[in-house]
Ligand binder design. Sequence first.
Ligand code: DAS
Length: 326
Amino acid sequence: MHSKKIFGQFLILACAALVSIAHAQKLPNVMILATGGTIAGTGASSTTTVGYTAAKIGVEALIDAVPELKKVANVKGEQVFQIASENMNNDYWLKLSKRVNTLLAQSDVDGIVITHGTDTIEETAYFLDLTVHSKKPVVIVGSMRPSTAISADGPINLYNAVLLAGSQEAIGKGVLVTLNDQINAAREVTKTNTSTLDTFKTPELGFLGYIQGSKPFFYRQSTRKHTVDSEFDISKLDVLPQVDIVYGYANMNPIALNAFVAAGAKIVRASRVGQGIVARNGEADDDKLDFVVSDTLNAQKARILLMLALTKTSDTKEIQKIFYSY
Ligand code: DAS
């Protein structure tokens, strides 16, 4: 009788194990690449929402703080680097993009989440949008409150990012940025507020969709080239062309601009307002001055596209075509 009971218990455990294996096999495999930022930040107290230190806790702690991740994906973490994103640079971008491309080429990786500081999330997202050659989802996530704060937004943002990166709906949409239950495209998303949770917006062209009840809902997608349609291959590059930004204003001092031009800088004319089309030969004689216009890209996004375009050509007519197709 006793052995029958043990066998029965064994049978139940074996079935439970099989069910959990089957469940795990059904879930998508999502890699979480951590780079730092406020989402990994810590403050002196639970009410510290400014004056905290970014890039303090590691990827395993981020994952452990959200046990619900295991319900939506099989997650693995990797600390690629640990910085406040105002310190982001081309070397970090090249390292991150190469790592993402390598992982997405693996059949056991269905999607990638990148945890990142919010100050340059929009730039990293666009750089990856132009250099990652896969349809698999790449979702960049950050937070506006440090992990130690009351109602920290990092955990729910990370949960949303993982379920988005493991979703069928996000396949082929290009690199995505999600915070605050909203889904933005890398090309147009921008940080619009220094501290509020709804800071990331695509002011005029709009969100791609929302995440609600653990499900992504898409209502539109980008019409411009990205990821698998991008011609930019950085796999063999260790350095990127130097491209800088000069901010225009009334009574502007031309010293900075003249210094950059003297150093050989090429010019793309963008707008500081960030929205709308910068029309060719509108505010300047672009043909005569041999300028390129940025179309609807703001200056920080135009800088990234120009940097990658210069790895292919220095012909301004070719570069203008690139700005009209990406
Ligand atoms: N220091 C900023 C950064 O790392 C804080 C943040 O993540 O919001 O971008």
